[in-house]
Write a protein that binds this ligand. Sequence first.
Ligand SMILES: [Cu+2]
Length: 384
Amino acid sequence: MNLLTKMFVTIVTMFITLPTLAQSLESEGRSDLNLRSGVTDISSQVYDLHMLMFMVCVGIAVVVFGVMFISMFLHRKSRGAKPANFHESVKVEIAWTVVPFIILILMAFPAAKTLIAMEDTSEADMTVLVTGSQWKWHYKYMDSDVEFYSTLATQQEQIRNKFAKSENYLLEVDRPLVIPTGQKVRFLITSDDVIHSWWVPDFAIKKDANPGFINEAWTNVNEPGVYRGQCAELCGKDHGFMPIVVIAKTPQEYEKWKAEKIAAIETAKAEEDRLLAMNMSMDDLMTSGQKVYLAKCAACHMPNGEGLPGVFPSIKGSNLVLNDRTGHIDILLNGRTGTAMQAFAKQLTLSEIAAVITYQRNAWGNNTGDIVQASEVHTYANGK
Ligand SMILES: [Cu+2]
């Protein structure tokens, strides 16, 4: 086969395999090869714009390549065509400047209209503060005490190919964001550490979450449903593991959910007070501490406590853990500024912090025998 034939065969195979690939992706329920039209008025406007621009491009391609191929075919050398010989045509040059200019202006009008509508966050019915934080999302409802972290819920075993992958592999979280349908929800988007990006394709929202800045976005979802997205800014080693799940509920169900959330916060506070007054046994602390450790710490410090040399310190045999009890409590509550070790004071309850500290001080041969109770963490936190 000569080179040309090979190229031809490659291109044809590509065109045959592409639709097959598209179909297999679609049958997995994952994607089609087109932009999706989403579930809000804005997202369908964005989709329509995308299709309009696409068709304009197809039209231009058909005209330009059509003229090109037809001229090449009709005026080929074997037919004895003689090339014309001319330079500079003012008429043609003006035409190929003015025509694209007009096309661009015509495309800019509808695009600008949608863009302006997307940026208009005024008159929102409610506001949620969205904060990216390596590697999870924090949601705070500005009109109440409701706030929580939303972390990946996919099992580690699926990620390590030990279990079969579930349908929403890497797109499922423990606590989804819940919003009401038919209301304008404003999002204030920021970050605790590096740049993240809050991306929910069905809402046509993709906004950078920058530390020290607040970006705004909004949505108004028409139909109840579960909508999934991801962090869309490369933000470190677990960038692919901070999905977004938004559940849109009817306003009545949303109010019910919120009342339950508020009640749960009250109960948790009461429970926390009860635990503060109580001493937990070593066994209970170790069990609950291990759970917290695997969920919140193992991504960096590794399940075996050995960390990643040069990046995340080993907890096994750590000098701080073995010898510095207050230092240990302090780093958990306040983190270490400028490093990936974040403050856990707001992410974990006092008893969870006490448990994970006790766990670290006694697991993997760190046999200090130390028991740290929630009350000790509480005293330290309030003394600072
Ligand atoms: Cu991120």
